[in-house]
Design a protein around this ligand. Sequence first.
Ligand code: 13P
Length: 251
Amino acid sequence: MRRVIIAGNWKMNKNISESIDLANAIKRSLYNVEEVEIVVCPPFTSLSDVNEIVLESNIKLGAQDVYWEKEGAFTGEVSSPMLKNVGCEYCIVGHSERRQFFGETNETVNKKAKALLKEGIMPIVCVGEKLEDRKANKTFDVIKDHVTNSLAGLTKEDMRKVVIAYEPVWAIGTGVNATKEQAQEAHKYIRALLKDMFDGTVAESARIQYGGSVKPDNIKELISQEDVDGALVGGASLKADPFVQIVRGCL
Ligand code: 13P
């Protein structure tokens, strides 16, 4: 059985006091939820303060990006040991916004995932096609390219710690979510790729989140799909109420 995982990607939102308020509100409302794994991914500047709030709670801390070197002259970057030190158990890599605006490639995603795994941090590896890809019937090609190259060289053991997030770019921040059928089709395809790359056990145990305009009113139908194991939530994770409802919608 795959445990449902709901993660909030706060993106470049929330100063320290706003982060503290949001984390406290989420913790208060969800303190008794054990069935669903709950992760919050604040910006780097709030990680330390949010960690103090979620420490020894059922809420886990995640970062939104990492650099693959451990330390050194890499101005502006943050390493996986630093994330470990601040309390992160998860880290998003390869988000489409990083691919689009910051030159992230499958190759850099792969290096980042490996660096995180070395530190015992679980990567949430984002994959997904753009609208033009879907229109050109290239959805599966893009997913295959992202999955095979971002996870290249990982071991079966590594894969026990990896979460995949299928985030079709056309659904992110648009209010237009993938239908449950579209999500299921993509997730099933990703699981088949994992079986080819690794084995059936890895494929069956890997958790695949859906991301893109997840809201309290669509989570139930998305999570009801056989291969949808959770959600990576953007906009609706910026307020406690909708995020809490999304988590509760999975119970
Ligand atoms: P929205 O939920 O705002 O569409 O964002 C999804 C996302 O990018 C999560 O990483």
